[in-house]
Design a protein around this ligand. Structure first.
Ligand code: CA
Length: 661
């Protein structure tokens, strides 16, 4: 979710943080705890150097606190992490997927270097993703160069990225000679300082570091290069991170969940801090409160993005596991656990049998391995759930869901399916309420997966936010008209769909949703899943609005056979898994090929065939379209016509009359 810069608030917090920095870290530790006796007596004697040595000894031998999700005895270094670690030695930092090879940040690291004005590239530099790779490389190879790289780079980061407006003032006070040039230079320096602070100390990035520094600390603490002085500095900064989050929680959404869970981890892992209990309690309190607010009754997280939905599941479960392993599971009521289980049920419904999912909103491609891993993790928490076991085992244990098609009525996801296996046909339709930044104006759109092929993948998102160039790239992929739905004059639609009908007559299923797409134009989409075999979509554009009404369809990357004059398209994959589609309308329409892109992951995109089919709507009379999408095996001429209460469809010699609900 997009977080606006809140300059005055951050400066105010920075000032209080700087006041905090004055004291020694020992003042902020509760030295009454077991094992800290020697630290306490050294502090009492005024010997903070000895206290730091004793404190390092304490942390090197500390036992009894579990860091769930991390096993110090089984650290593995993936090939990708090894590359990240090795590149980091040369100050080539892995900041974000989509920006490889990694950029060089200078021998004297420039933490404000911003080679592409994508905000994520600037923010996520401060997540220090390569630090965990350095720690793992050190732990698995024992080579001190990886550890030393972390000490040097993190110390450098601490030096150059203070959360401290007062320090900035001290540095620049009296620097000018009173000329307007000096004043302008000082103003520019002030602006740059605040800009950097906003990136480096955005609460989400701060929480990311708060979390990652726990396993890093565990892997590094026994390094001979881990000095008592560094420990004091590390802890001082760690506490500042936690307190900064306590004062600057994001307003809502996944950011707030991440921050709360990570703060709870900090509270559990470093109970020596006087504030630790408060961090833990506040973190858990927020999670308990937000799970009720952010998760709809049907189990979907309210940002309506499957990626962030799964991230929310991970957050809730991480907190639960960490609390359970450290004796505070009772902090989460049974309703919390039941909600997470509902969230997982939504996931298996919207996941195609090959582990991929619709890329609605800002979601990025998933695959079978990734999803199997997730279900196996979820099975640990829900061992009695037969469906989770089925998905976790690739169908070898447990039971498949006792239903096929399924509706998530609050969030507006509707799944039409004829099976759960690799030879099934599955359509996921999106027609929900308004949501947030990661959601797109795409109501009515769908993805159609059949026997291992997604014939209508969503365009994806490509990129998040940044300067005008980056923003324009994002906007292209967000547009309504690059989704499988209807527009007026190509404009983006409003999204607030209502479910009109969800019915099954024993042979065919029908879904009707209605969306107030534009002022004066309502889009009602009726989807028939006929005999579990093919789809008939009836679109009705209704209202006073006039202009060009058009339907849009984007196919998977392929070279289809296209007959624009008859609005007929057919894929011709050699494996025989194909679709045939044809469009019809209540008045003369034109079909044209349009620009089409498919982006499965950040900053990657490929061309794909896309089409629009439309006409001019001249008065209050509605425009109606019928789209028939049949499997390639259904041969013969396709025709369709719409009467008052039914749609007549024929494919070859097969004829259907579908009653409009
Ligand atoms: Ca999209």
């Amino acid at each position: 979710m997009k977080v606006l810069f809140l300059l005055p608030a951050l400066i105010a917090t920075a000032l209080s943080a700087s006041a905090m920095q004055g004291g020694e870290v020992f003042d902020r530790l509760d030295l009454e705890g077991r094992g800290l006796e020697k630290v306490k007596s050294a502090v009492a004697a005024g010997d903070t150097a000895r206290a730091a040595v004793e404190l390092l000894g304490y942390y090197r031998s500390r036992k009894g606190i579990a860091l769930t999700g991390f096993d110090l005895d089984r650290v593995k270094l993936s090939d990708n992490e090894r590359r990240m670690a090795d590149e980091a030695l040369d100050h080539k930092f892995f900041v974000h997927y989509g920006y490889q090879p990694s950029f060089f940040y200078g021998n004297d690291i420039d933490w404000t270097y911003w080679p592409v004005k994508d905000n994520e590239l600037r923010w996520q530099l401060h997540r220090h993703k390569w630090f965990i790779a350095l720690a793992k490389a050190y732990k698995t190879t024992g080579d001190g160069k990886y550890a030393r790289a972390w000490f040097e780079q993190y110390a450098d980061w601490m030096d150059k990225n203070p959360l401290d407006a007062a320090l900035f003032r001290r540095k620049t006070e009296g620097a000018g000679d009173g000329t307007s040039e000096a004043a302008a230079a000082q103003e520019e320096a002030r602006r740059a300082f605040i800009e950097n602070m906003n990136f480096a100390w955005r609460p989400l990035e701060t929480s990311h570091r708060l979390q990652e520094q726990l396993p890093i600390f565990a892997m590094m603490i026994n390094s001979p290069d881990f000095t008592p002085e560094f420990l004091v500095r590390f802890l001082d900064k760690y506490q500042m991170h936690a307190e900064h989050i306590m004062r600057n929680f994001s307003v809502q959404g996944n950011h707030l969940l991440f921050e709360a869970q990570r703060l709870a981890f900090a509270g559990i892992y470093f109970p020596e801090f006087r504030g630790a209990q408060e961090w833990l309690e506040r973190g858990i309190e927020i999670l308990n409160e937000q799970i009720g607010k952010q998760v709809y009754a049907d189990g979907m997280q309210f940002e309506l993005d499957f990626g962030y939905h799964m991230a929310a599941i991970e957050i809730f479960l991480k907190a639960l596991r960490m609390a359970s392993a450290n004796g505070v599971r009772d902090a989460f009521p049974p309703s919390y656990i039941a909600t997470v289980e509902r969230m997982i049920e939504l996931v298996w419904n919207v996941t195609f049998p090959d582990g991929t999912q619709p890329l609605f909103g800002d979601h990025k491609a998933t695959d079978r391995e990734e999803m199997l891993k997730k279900f196996r993790e979820w099975e640990q928490t829900f061992p009695k759930n037969r469906q989770i076991a089925w998905f976790a085992s690739g169908g070898r244990r447990g039971e498949r869901p006792p239903y096929l098609s399924h509706a998530f009525r609050t969030s507006g996801f509707y799944i039409l399916r004829n099976g759960w296996e690799a030879n099934s046909t599955v359509m996921v339709v999106k027609a929900g309420p308004p949501a947030f930044w990661h959601n797109q104006p795409d109501n009515g759109t769908f993805e159609l997966w059949r026997m291992g092929r997604n014939f209508f993948p969503d365009s994806g998102c490509y990129v998040y936010s940044g300067d005008d160039k980056v923003q324009a790239e994002r906007e292209w992929f967000r547009q309504t008209r690059v989704h499988n739905t209807l527009t007026l004059d190509g404009a983006n639609i409003a999204t607030d769909s209502k479910l009109i009908c969800w019915a099954d007559d024993g042979k065919s299923e029908v879904l009707v949703t209605s969306n107030p797409s534009c002022p004066g134009l309502t889009h009602t989409r009726t989807v028939f899943f006929v005999e579990g075999e093919f789809f008939v979509i009836v679109d009705r554009a209704e209202g006073d609005a006039t202009g060009n009404v058009a339907l849009h369809y984007g196919l998977c990357p392929c070279q289809p056979k296209v007959d624009l004059a008859n609005a007929a398209i057919e894929t011709i994959f050699a494996d025989g898994n194909n679709i045939r589609m044809q469009l019809f309308a209540s008045q003369p329409c034109t079909m044209e090929a349009v620009e089409g892109w498919f982006s499965p992951s950040y900053r990657s995109k490929m061309k794909r065939p896309a089409f629009s089919f439309g006409c001019s709507k001249q008065g209050a009379a509605p425009v109606e379209f019928v789209t028939v999408i049949a499997p390639g095996g259904m041969t013969g001429k396709i025709s369709a016509s719409l009467a008052e209460d039914r749609v007549k469809v024929s494919v070859g010699r097969r004829k259907y009359e579908l009653a409009m609900p």
